[in-house]
Ligand binder design. Sequence first.
Ligand code: HEM
Length: 512
Amino acid sequence: MTAPNKPLSVVGETQEALEHDPGFDFKPAYTYTTKTGTWRIPPGLKRALPFYLHKPWARLGRPIRLFQYMAKHLGPVAHYRLFGIHIVFVNEPEYIREILVNQGPSFVRERTVRRLKVLLGEGLLTSDDPTHKRSRRIAAPAFHRGRIAAYADTMVASAATMRQSWHDGEELDVVQAMMQLSLEIVARTLFATEVDADVRAINDQTNVIMGIYNYLVAFPNLEAVLHWPIPGVMRFRKARAKLDRVVIRIIADRKADGLEKLSTRSDLLSLLLVARDEDGSALSDEALRDEVLTIFLAGYETTANALSWTWYLLSINPDAFDRMAAELEQVLAGRAPTLEDYPSLKYTRMVIAESMRLYPPVWAMGRMSTVPIDLGPYRLPAGTHWFFSQYVLQRDARFFPDPLRFEPLRHTEEESAKRDKFAYFPFGGGGRQCIGEGFAWMESVLVLATLAQQWRMDLLPGQKVDVEEKITLRPRYPIRVRLTKRSLHGASQPQMVHDKAMQRDTSQQAVV
Ligand code: HEM
């Protein structure tokens, strides 16, 4: 077994950025009255956000730091202003439930998600009702439990092909590998499409768009500048056009099968093609393109990030890897996993759950209220933007003692039942909860099990690991590992470890 890596260097920088800043202009909660009502505003920043951009906790492109700082120094509901808009950061499960569930109909997607329309059009993720209701109704059958079960073999087969292509001692970037694998799985299962160079190119174009996304959403009126010859905007247009070409080709290929054949199939693309509205009309080509691209991107990138972070955490927590390997040996005894094994891979699932606690692929969510909202002692006008962050809340010691320690056993049924559902919510909640949750769990457990049966990964020394908060939480740098082949019956067959203290503290390893 390789020695665990040295602590990574940027830890201190982040901790310092979160210490109390003596020059911090704090404003206590206050009340004011306008023509439309009386408002009670939570404590927050005295001035608009741009005033603080020179502060280490408010650096551009590092919103997690701002949220962590506000949660730490201002409490569970904190306020700031940007471009004259009220923005509230909420860090309390009970209030998150209010926004997503109890008062859910009073909220719509906020600006940064709506901005995604320039890429995804009016697909499931970006649309509001009534378009959203229709999309959800059409897509739902492809995600039913029984349907997802039928995808299990394809998931395992794709992972098995990848594990066979690896060589003992080989070095690779696990992020690249997981992106490629989960893209293939989405293409094969949901779109019944073979993976060719075109489909692989989806990943390259997504990388381009992720690279410039934060820059793009900073434009106050993005839709208006989309045709301007600005380099970043031109790169975006080119990448979007390439994605469009691939998606339109996939749709055309399937359409060629004809309606009769399509009606007998139950992959998502076929369901979308045969779907009819109440008036009998089919989805327009534009609507089809929006749905297909949405599911492709929402479906592969998130799971790939979850798997990449999981491999990273396992590489610095070898005891957890050994315990998982023991479970694989016990349940599978050397054969490839199947659908029937899935419920028995309990520790493997807990490893993924713990990885998504520390590195949630969707690291924050936002909503805009369309009516005045009462939340606890506060009242805010319509048009307020509300944010909450899985990353910040899931590292809160109130809900996860010793929060930076990687401890899969936090996710046993008993431990999970003790927690508020909105203290751990990697898949969101309420009417817009992730439609792909069941798919993502099955894929990540089966893929991890298939790969870990035969391979362990050790982080190459001297690497920087940091998060990059884009639409999803991506690793900022490649995560380079060395592969070591295990015998299919378990290279080492360790005793089951019950001592919690054996798990390593991720604070010594991870950057943030
Ligand atoms: C580990 C993997 C995943 C994570 C952490 C994740 C997380 C989330 C979260 C938090 C939301 C809610 C966003 C909000 O309400 O603002 C969401 C929505 C969504 N997810 Fe996932 N997701 C994952 C995998 C998938 C997969 C595999 C698919 C499809 C194959 C998918 C498709 C979608 C779609 C279409 C929505 C929008 C649903 C709606 O608004 O009705 N996701 N996801």
